[in-house]
Design a protein around this ligand. Structure first.
Ligand SMILES: [Zn+2]
Length: 298
């Protein structure tokens, strides 16, 4: 079960890649490493088989409807989770670093999803591995789903080339709740902006719709959120005590506080978890709070 909302803007092109390059690579090259796909193409399961088997949701049907901002149905697909595959990935990537990343996180993802482990108790290394896996999962999800391709092409290359960090301006957050649905996702670049400095103009708003992304995933108890927006003058505003940062663990962040999180309903939880990540501007009074691992318990 998924929810995908769109705006009328055109499909995003990464600013680093010309339209022609993008066309060529789309046809013939691996999305991650750029290698020519001839004869080496393989399909990556967006959600790994160990996870589908453990949750017994291989046959779970996904009803992925892609809505326009006006609420019109743009496309509709029904398939089971086992068939949700991302093509355009070479077998070296699929069987190499992607499969290593799966083995690194497997036990933590299952323990967190089943509530045998608590997300705030993960150390920095485990947080980064989980963030990198969530990033990989949303990249392949966006590639495989009937939603516009909102993730810049260079983020795919980054994941392949940079094992120790994620692209600038990417944030990954987590939390656990009392689940009622084993699985859910939301892709929608919708933002609430707290602009106390009045620096936001129309073209920035337009760019946010076409050049940002915000994708939430739910695996039983575990909620994950991966987001990106391109403006350095805007800061993420996270919900104190609810959004637990996995990446980055340092740098200015703003907080907002509320106390009405829906812990006991998966659909409401993921909608709130996704919707309550805001953007804001720094003011003299809020000044940006340095988040570090020590205060991440919220
Ligand atoms: Zn590759």
């Amino acid at each position: 079960m998924t929810f995908q909302q769109d705006n009328p803007a055109d499909v995003l092109q990464s600013p680093l890649i010309s339209v022609l390059d993008s066309y060529r690579m789309k046809i013939a090259n691996c999305y991650f490493c750029g290698e020519h796909l001839k004869g080496k193409k393989s399909c990556e399961h967006v959600f790994p088989q160990w996870l589908l088997d453990d949750f017994d949701i291989r046959e779970e049907m996904i009803n992925a409807t892609h809505y326009s901002q006006e609420g019109e149905v743009k496309s509709h697909r029904v398939h089971n989770l086992d068939n949700l595959l991302a093509g355009r990935i070479c077998s070296h990537c699929n069987n190499g670093w992607m499969s290593e990343l799966e083995s690194q996180v497997k036990s933590n993802v299952l323990a967190l999803a089943e509530d045998r482990k608590v997300v705030v108790e993960l150390d920095q290394k485990a947080r980064f591995e989980l963030a990198r896996w969530a990033f990989k999962t949303v990249l392949t999800l966006n590639l495989a789903s009937n939603y516009r391709k909102i993730i810049p092409r260079d983020h795919y290359q980054w994941l392949f080339e940079q094992p120790n960090s994620l692209p600038k301006q990417v944030i990954v957050l987590a939390q656990q709740h009392h689940f009622t649905e084993p699985f859910y996702w939301i892709q929608s670049p919708s933002w609430v902006i707290q602009d106390k400095q009045n620096i936001i103009n129309e073209s920035m708003v337009e760019s946010l719709y076409t050049k940002s992304y915000k994708i939430a995933l739910l695996f039983k108890h575990l909620l994950l959120l991966v987001a990106y927006q391109p403006f350095t003058e805007l800061y993420y505003v996270i919900w104190r005590g609810i959004h637990v940062p996995l990446f980055p663990l340092k740098g200015p962040l703003l907080y907002h506080e509320r106390d009405d999180f829906e812990w006991s309903d998966s659909v409401k939880s993921i909608i709130q978890f996704h919707g309550s990540l805001f953007l804001g501007t720094l003011t003299e009074s809020n000044n940006g709070i340095q988040a570090d691992a020590a205060e991440l318990r919220g």
